[in-house]
Design a protein around this ligand. Structure first.
Ligand SMILES: [Cu+2]
Length: 389
């Protein structure tokens, strides 16, 4: 009897020694790895502490298990491991939920501020509804899962109840999610149609964004409010956007190196690509549209918050809206950014007057007060625009 107990202890003891050895071994080597890894901003030594505590708990549990197993060979039952496991599951549930909550609060400051466009408010509302429903389902199902593990753990003298199926239960868990998902999909479709299928207003400001590897060009209409036609076959070193010189509407078009939009006026953003698929992404306005070569796309929206107002809302005096390419379009994709300003009507008029003409001005007495720029300079090539920035 004594001999058996000793051999049992030795067997489990050896297992435990190996466990402790590997824990220390990996702990020793993970230390320089953790030290070299870049610290996660705002998290400090938290992740390291959690890993260390988990390793410690693991070693302690392994030790307890060994001790308990050795005692059982002597006929002494120290722990009811079924119960320990069930309680640990509930402990894990609470710890995990608290971790998720803490993490949410921690990363909240990296999320976008309120929507700076009219349709964005509705889009955010839809996302919030979806989030709250999925969060509620997540919490309810996880609580049920882990508390069932505790409530229905193996117990002395209790037999599991066996049944093959329950039609009523299956009916409810099929029909309820089906209804919820149908409502969410219909709601999403409605919002999507309201954003993309709307007829642009007559007085909408038109401007064009031209995407190329790797940068943007913005074209604004002159006094006529109309953009000139374009043809990709006209693209050359002196006509980088391929604008039709013969089209009178394009004679007074302006070229800008950043986007400026008047607040509360609907804008129709025309999109064209020169080479590969790009994507115009303006997260603060909840705007994104792919830009496909040979297939012009557009996005219609209304900016509602000026840059200045957003600086006050975010409490960040350096805040600027941004346009970024959201398709990995090549080696310098990361460089495809453009500043976006939202200003008052008066400021917009002043800004527009300062932009240079795409082509040489047709008449020297043009209404737009802009310095005369030779056509060779006015139609900047893509390369020239990059170096100018
Ligand atoms: Cu791109």
């Amino acid at each position: 009897m004594k001999r058996n107990a000793m051999s049992g202890l030795f067997k489990f003891g050896r297992f435990n020694v190996i466990t402790v050895f590997f824990t220390l071994f990996f702990g020793f080597f993970s230390k320089p790895v953790l030290a070299q890894s870049a610290p996660i901003e705002g998290f400090g030594d938290g992740p390291k502490l959690v890993i260390a505590l988990m390793a410690l708990a693991w070693v302690l549990l392994a030790g307890l298990q060994t001790f308990s197993a050795s005692m059982r060979t002597k006929g002494v039952r120290l722990f009811n491991w079924n119960k320990v496991n069930a309680v640990l599951m509930v402990f894990f549930l609470v710890a995990f939920m608290l971790f998720v909550l803490w993490h949410f609060l921690k990363v909240m400051k990296f999320t976008l501020p309120i929507s700076a466009s009219a349709h964005g408010v509705e889009l955010d509302g839809m996302l919030n509804v979806t989030f709250w429903i999925t969060i509620a389902v997540f919490v309810v199902t996880q609580v049920l899962l882990f508390t069932f593990a505790l409530a229905y753990r193996q117990r002395e003298g209790r037999r599991a109840f066996f049944y093959t199926d329950n039609h009523q239960l299956e009916f409810y868990w099929t029909v309820i999610p089906a209804i919820v998902l149908t409502v969410l999909v219909l709601y999403g479709t409605k919002v999507w149609r309201e954003i993309t299928q709307v007829q642009p207003a007559k007085d909408a400001l038109k401007f064009e964004l031209f995407a190329y590897q790797f940068g943007w060009q913005a074209r604004y209409p002159g006094a006529d409010g109309e953009l000139g036609g374009h043809d990709f076959r006209l693209i050359s070193a002196t006509n980088s956007m391929g604008i039709e010189q013969t089209d009178s509407a394009g004679q007074d078009d302006l070229l800008a190196s950043e986007i400026t939009l008047p607040v509360n006026r609907p804008v129709l953003m025309k999109l064209r690509a020169r080479d590969v698929i790009h994507s115009a992404y303006m997260p603060h306005f909840r705007v994104q549209m792919n830009i496909v070569p040979g297939m012009p796309t557009q996005f219609y929206f209304t900016p509602t918050v000026t840059t200045k107002a957003m600086q006050e809302i975010t409490g960040n005096s350096n805040f600027v809206y941004e346009l970024a390419c959201n398709k990995i379009c090549g080696a310098a994709h990361f460089n495809m950014r453009m500043k976006v300003n939202v200003v008052s009507d008066e400021e917009y008029v002043v800004w527009l007057a300062k932009q240079r003409h795409y082509f040489r001005r047709p008449e020297p007495t043009n209404a737009v007060a802009s310095p005369d720029v030779p056509s060779s300079q006015a139609s900047t090539t893509a390369q020239g625009l990059i170096s100018a920035r």
